[in-house]
Write a protein that binds this ligand. Structure first.
Ligand code: SF4
Ligand code: SF4
Length: 181
């Protein structure tokens, strides 16, 4: 957001997906909005399936489907409010102190792509390379190679169409959530 050029309205909404609570995300986004001189008209979080498989967290497909069904009416309610330019009341942020403590620790110790590995199942489709929001994956001789700029979004491991990616041993045999477009 700091690097992006924005044109048009100076009013802004934030919609965040999360697997538990948004914790401190709303505060971070407001800070960024202030830097960019935006007026924040609302922040809302939408509960989505747990995708942090590299952190050992995953939920079965059946549970994920229920979470998605619950999210849809929330999105349907929110979209017209945003379209109409309405101010959206603040929602409770949950344990924001947890993020303050855990975020720096997690980034210092856990946000690494070192343990990613690809198996012989790989068909060289390049989806993992295209999916990575940080451009951290490059196909070399038809197989993915990970760089050092990883935020553990898990789009590579979750989105692989043949389940060829694992993260050490802890992801083997676990459900890897990814929402296709
Ligand atoms: S998405 Fe999977 S199959 Fe496609 S290149 Fe990456 S690891 Fe290989
Ligand atoms: S897709 Fe996400 S988890 Fe995979 S390398 Fe890129 S940033 Fe890391």
């Amino acid at each position: 957001m700091r690097k992006a050029q924005f044109k048009g309205s100076k009013q802004i909404y934030f919609v965040a997906t999360c697997a538990e609570t948004p914790w401190i995300t709303a505060k971070y986004t407001k800070k960024l909005a202030d830097e960019k001189h935006f007026e924040v008209l609302g922040f809302r979080s939408i509960l989505m399936p747990q995708s942090y498989i590299t952190g050992g967290l995953s939920t079965p497909d059946a549970e994920n489907k229920k979470i998605l069904l619950f999210a849809e009416p929330k999105i349907d309610e929110l979209a017209p409010q945003i379209k109409a330019g309405e101010k959206i009341p603040e929602e409770p942020l949950g344990k924001s102190w947890m993020s303050t403590i855990t975020n720096p620790m997690m980034y210092a110790t856990m946000m690494s792509a070192k343990k990613f590995a690809v198996s012989d199942k790989c068909i060289g489709c390049g989806k993992c390379e295209r999916n990575c929001p940080l451009g951290n994956i490059h196909l070399i001789d038809g197989k993915p190679v990970w760089g050092k700029n990883c935020t553990q979004c898990n789009a590579c491991i979750g989105g692989c169409p043949v389940g060829a990616i694992e993260y050490g041993k802890k992801t083997i045999g676990k459900p890897k959530y990814y929402l296709e477009k």
